[in-house]
Design a protein around this ligand. Sequence first.
Ligand SMILES: Cc1cc2nc3c(=O)[nH]c(=O)nc-3n(C[C@H](O)[C@H](O)[C@H](O)COP(=O)(O)OP(=O)(O)OC[C@H]3O[C@@H](n4cnc5c(N)ncnc54)[C@H](O)[C@@H]3O)c2cc1C
Length: 389
Amino acid sequence: MFNTIIIGAGAAGLMAGAHSHGSTLILEHSGVIARKLRVTGGGACNFSNLNVSPDKYQSENINFCRSALAGYSTSDFLELMKRYKLAWEERENGELFAFSAPAIADMLISECRSNGTAIKTNITIKSIDKDDDLFTVTTETGVFQGENLIIATGGKSIPKLGATEFGMRIAKQFGHTLVHARPALTSITLPGGFCAELAGITLMVDVTLKRTTIRRNLLFTHHGLTGPAAFWISLYAQDMHDISIDLAPNNREDIVHLAAGGRSILNATSLVVPKALARVILDDLEINSDDKVATATKETRKAIHDMIHSFRIPQGAKADGFDKAEVTAGGVSTKDINSSTMESKLVKGLYFVGEVLDMTGQLGGYNLHWAWASGVKAAESINQYSTTL
Ligand SMILES: Cc1cc2nc3c(=O)[nH]c(=O)nc-3n(C[C@H](O)[C@H](O)[C@H](O)COP(=O)(O)OP(=O)(O)OC[C@H]3O[C@@H](n4cnc5c(N)ncnc54)[C@H](O)[C@@H]3O)c2cc1C
């Protein structure tokens, strides 16, 4: 019999366990605690960002994260790392990296232990029920009861790291609505070998969706697009054709002004974008690349200019799947969750934290920060309102 049972020993579940006051048990189905957290940030864990704010998140209601983010800041996490003598560094765009993701996982496990929170691994949950004021979690190895239940099972991304749909299934069982779950923060595959000859090219581009423009690196691969700009697109653009990409934001001159008239159109366009890309653009527009730039009509030059500065992702492009995506966008709808406590508005004592919720951060440490902040918020509200066992 526990005050709180937490399902999932990942980033959010461990943080909630570290902050719980009453008797707390974490149930994890994998044999390894925090398996995904241990590989974050390429093993260095991009644990937070100096620019954490609701506008860095995607959700049906981005304001839902406001209260949790206000309650747990980047400096709170840095204080915790300081206690464990863990070093960190700031990289571009305010991204904060530790030097070891496993050390971050071990720090949280240690916080749970010193807090008296028990963690059981290799647990297969068969069912979760609620009678009167108690949740009953039936597993293959025993039955556990708790006054409060925190679902911290994450999203569907990367099943081989332990990801399951379990949290969404439980949410549905208790009457919650789901927002369509889709892979996000991932590469984009383009149709029909569009990019084979461009593989390896990296550009600093401006990506525009509606009234938002961001400047990030875009990498061409054999299959399509990757890098921070592609990841951003996969998060925000449910319809990729709404996106416009400026492939050369720092050079918007008409090619006729850049090159001497005797140059070929190919050479002139290559002053704006790498030659291989210039060739693909001219082929696509069916423009003879050997023609002299001086003879190019205004329409031809405009077509080249539009293709470079308002590049549209071709039809048939799609974000890579859950086996590759860093996160799951969508999930448990926030409309039936109290943003000040993370508690369900439908079922007393039921909480949802982390990626299982419809709250997805941009690349840059925002997803882990959401896991920390929502985990702390749920634990603190339980500490405040429940009768401690
Ligand atoms: C390769 C990779 C790198 C990433 N790097 C970063 C980064 O550097 N910075 C960043 O901010 N974000 C990063 N992310 C995203 C980030 O890891 C997640 O958003 C974050 O871990 C979500 O925390 P969570 O606790 O909600 O879920 P998770 O950390 O995924 O934890 C969920 C836990 O629940 C367990 N579980 C699932 N189903 C069950 C079940 N049925 N029963 C019991 N337990 C269950 C899982 O095994 C897991 O331990 C990365 C993701 C990936 C895949």
